[in-house]
Design a protein around this ligand. Structure first.
Ligand code: KG4
Ligand code: ZN
Length: 344
């Protein structure tokens, strides 16, 4: 058994929200296996993640998912050099399932254990395919169902948040607008698919701008603007049933454009203020084709190099946890057995 923290193979475990995931990653970047069990179907009927259902579902899936990742990598627990697990932020009941599993495996096998910050792992995921292309310090945009924030990144192990959302995350806005338009959860993929058929300039939805010039995001006003538009401009009118909305595709396209425009504008502004020439982009919403296109184009025009996580690695996965976990262990950040999870 290897217990060398600078050794190669790390088992990564992720259970912070509604994906149960495990992966085996060598030396931070080489993915031997990656298994993701999505609970999306279990939550779809509620239009969002139900924490109690998520925790129970993780409990049922975690061991088969871990076994699946080890089997797909063709290794046993004895071949591992360490276990990395998401400890924050996320749903506490869900995080504890992954953490308890990781602790039990690491303790039983005498392996080093390391806790990984979920958002830092998303940032790291954008560099996994081409680590030599990352140029620190750089900027990172993390856009997911739970987070929309910008970070100044000094290294994979050191970053500082410089802007966040005042209210909804971008993915959450997609999910809520999908609900209004009668589209399935998760809303990002279904809204963006419908948007392909619409005109992005059909409705001029508002873009948030802070009053004091500080950097930040806000999507709740946009969501309300979509709702009032559907009500024909009368805030007190009833919300029409999805099948009675004549311009559904146009609304989807114009909404998506407003989200993309706000994300891109603020990201470019932050890069300029911080004097940074590269931006890493990750998180579920970074799958969005329009965001990828507009950010790449406007970034290039502004002299900003944009590095996206691969679409498969944008949504929650354990590759990024095992990958960053290796760097943390190599830097001596092994956790004690009292390692705890935190929602924040
Ligand atoms: O990173 P992630 O898997 O989980 C969180 O940590 O939240 O992100 C999930 C979010 C959901 O809100 C989903 O609607 C959104 O990412 N999403 C998208 C797309 N694919 C997923 N949003 C916009 N366009 C997409 N193509
Ligand atoms: Zn995430």
């Amino acid at each position: 058994m290897s217990a060398d923290p600078s050794g190669d193979l790390i088992l990564g475990i992720e259970s912070s929200c509604d994906e149960t995931a495990a992966a085996v990653v060598r030396a931070g970047t080489e993915v031997l296996s990656s298994v993701v069990h999505s609970q999306a179907e279990e939550h779809a009927v509620y239009g969002g993640v139900v924490p109690e259902i998520a925790g129970r579902s993780h409990l049922e899936s975690i061991l088969p998912v871990v076994d699946g990742a080890l089997a797909a990598a063709g290794i046993g627990l004895g071949d591992l050099a360490g276990v990395a697990v998401t400890t924050r932020p996320g749903l506490i009941g869900s995080l504890l399932v992954g953490l308890s599993t990781a602790k039990a495996l690491a303790f039983a096998r005498g392996l080093p254990l390391v806790g990984v910050h979920h958002i830092e792992a998303h940032v790291y995921s954008a560099t996994m395919d081409a680590p030599h292309e990352a140029r620190y310090p750089c900027l990172a945009l993390v856009v997911s169902g739970g987070h929309t924030a910008l970070y100044r990144v000094e290294s994979p192990l050191e970053m500082r948040q410089i802007a966040t959302t005042l209210d909804d995350a971008a993915g959450e806005a997609f999910d809520k607008v999908a609900f209004l338009l009668g589209l399935p959860y998760p809303g990002g993929p279904s809204v963006s698919a419908l948007a392909e058929e619409g005109r992005c300039d059909a409705v001029d939805f508002p873009r948030y701008r802070s009053r004091d010039g500080s950097l930040g995001f806000s999507f709740s006003g946009l969501k309300t603007a979509v709702l009032y538009h559907l009500r024909g401009g009368d805030a007190l009118a009833p919300t029409p049933a999805p099948e009675d909305i004549p311009d559904r595709a146009d609304v989807a396209a114009a909404f998506q454009e407003a989200v993309v425009d706000a994300l891109v504008k603020t990201t470019l502004e932050a890069a300029q203020r911080e004097g940074l020439e590269q931006v890493l982009v990750a998180g579920g919403v970074a799958c969005n084709r329009r965001l990828r296109q507009v950010l790449a184009d406007r970034g290039r025009a502004a002299g900003l190099d944009v590095l996206f996580a691969t679409p498969e690695r944008c949504t929650d996965n354990a590759e990024m946890i095992g990958g960053l976990g290796w760097h943390l262990l190599a830097a001596g950040r092994r956790a004690d057995w009292d390692l705890n999870a935190s929602p924040r």
